[in-house]
Design a protein around this ligand. Structure first.
Ligand SMILES: Nc1ncnc2c1ncn2[C@@H]1O[C@H](COP(=O)(O)OP(=O)(O)OP(=O)(O)O)[C@@H](O)[C@H]1O
Length: 348
């Protein structure tokens, strides 16, 4: 999704990474003359609102959801000053979703459609302006108070950029143990054991505990970020473009790892991506967003086989959907071309 880096250590309960947290927003909310803020859609390029009900394909996945959103809306108040009212940007509008345990909901849509905003709401970083978020069947209160430690540990997030999301000054062991320090009362020895075991779960080695993030490749760093997210035993993982900063062959490895971890821990994923090849590989359910609203939703098979909303069709037409096998084949072709040209170089 966005190319921006998330700050290290950011997690549930912190303010918005762009610096407009709920507190600041409240200050911006009312202009001096008490005028109502002007309300605009997230997209201000003069395009028409989408309107209408979203296309809903029949979905077998909606029973017993572990994560549910009902009519979630998020407004941001921007601009304004002493003599001007703030403008309200509706980043997310009336969004409903439901994901059962152990399944993957993919959220797709172009830049600015509200994917990150929704991710921050689901991970309890940012409260919705209205609507209800339910985690494991329990509604999350929007009271302005920080959600409980227990609740925050149920949902964790992995960001796009493994370089930006790991503190370069902290050893991997520290990076992994930090969420346990913040969210649990586990003794230090147990925290260490759990961190070493988690490194193995994500395909790294226990001795990597004492190394620094810069000593790892991009794919390995994303494995570290995944391990950190799993340290507090979450039931839901929000994966915000988790492989888009990686090379194609590494993408496949990380996606396979995510699939294995999902099976092993019964994890529920919310997978945010603009890459339809990846979505086709990993999603059970697909939700297409446009300008803050859901325009189409359904099982992966239904949405890919029969996209009904004009926007979904345009999105699919603009992005050729390739299978992971064909990505791997492309990578292998590239590698063998490289090997052949190196051979020529050495022969000359
Ligand atoms: N903190 C904020 N303050 C003001 N406006 C914001 C804020 N966060 C998001 N927005 C606006 O809300 C809309 C949705 O943004 P969001 O980042 O959720 O979209 P996105 O689909 O994740 O886009 P991208 O893929 O580019 O990150 C955009 O118009 C954006 O400018």
């Amino acid at each position: 999704m966005s190319g921006r880096d998330e700050r290290p250590g950011e997690g549930p309960g912190t303010t918005d990474p762009r610096g407009v947290g709920p507190g600041v927003e409240r200050q911006l909310g009312v202009g001096p003359a008490g005028a109502e803020p002007a309300t605009v859609r997230a997209d201000e390029a003069g395009r028409r609102p989408t309107g209408g009900d979203p296309v809903r394909h029949p979905s077998p996945l909606l029973d017993d959801p572990v994560l549910e959103g009902r009519a979630i809306t998020r407004d941001y108040h921007v601009g304004g000053g002493l003599f001007r009212g703030a403008k309200v940007v509706q980043a997310v509008r009336g969004v409903d979703f439901a994901v059962p345990r152990g399944k993957t909901l993919a959220i797709v849509g172009e830049s600015g459609c509200g994917k990150s905003t929704l991710a921050r709401i689901i991970t309890l970083i940012d409260p919705p302006t209205s609507g209800t978020l339910l985690i494991e069947g329990k509604p999350v209160e929007i009271t302005g108070r920080r959600p409980s430690r227990e609740l925050r540990s149920r949902v964790q997030i992995v960001f796009q950029n493994p370089h930006g999301s790991l503190n370069p000054r902290q050893k991997v062991g520290h990076v992994l143990m930090e969420p346990l320090e913040l969210n649990t009362d586990l003794p230090a020895a147990e925290r260490r054991d759990r961190a070493r075991a988690m490194l193995e779960k994500v395909g790294l080695l226990p001795e990597h505990f004492d190394r620094y993030p810069h000593m790892f490749s991009g794919g390995q760093r994303q494995r570290i970020a995944i391990a950190r997210a799993l340290m507090v035993n979450p039931s839901i993982l929000v994966l915000d473009e988790p492989v888009s900063a990686l090379d194609l062959s590494v993408q496949a490895q990380v996606l396979n790892l995510l699939a294995d971890l999902q099976k092993e821990f019964g994890l529920t994923y919310v997978f945010i991506s603009h890459d339809l090849s990846v979505v086709r590989h990993i999603a059970d359910e697909v939700m297409v967003m446009l300008r803050g609203e859901v325009v189409e939703r359904g099982s992966r098979e239904a949405v890919f086989a029969d996209p009904r909303h004009d926007y979904t069709r345009t999105l699919f037409a603009a992005t050729p959907v390739t299978s992971l096998q064909s990505i791997r084949a492309r990578v292998e072709r590239k590698a063998s071309r490289r090997a052949a040209s190196e051979g020529r170089f050495h022969a000359s």
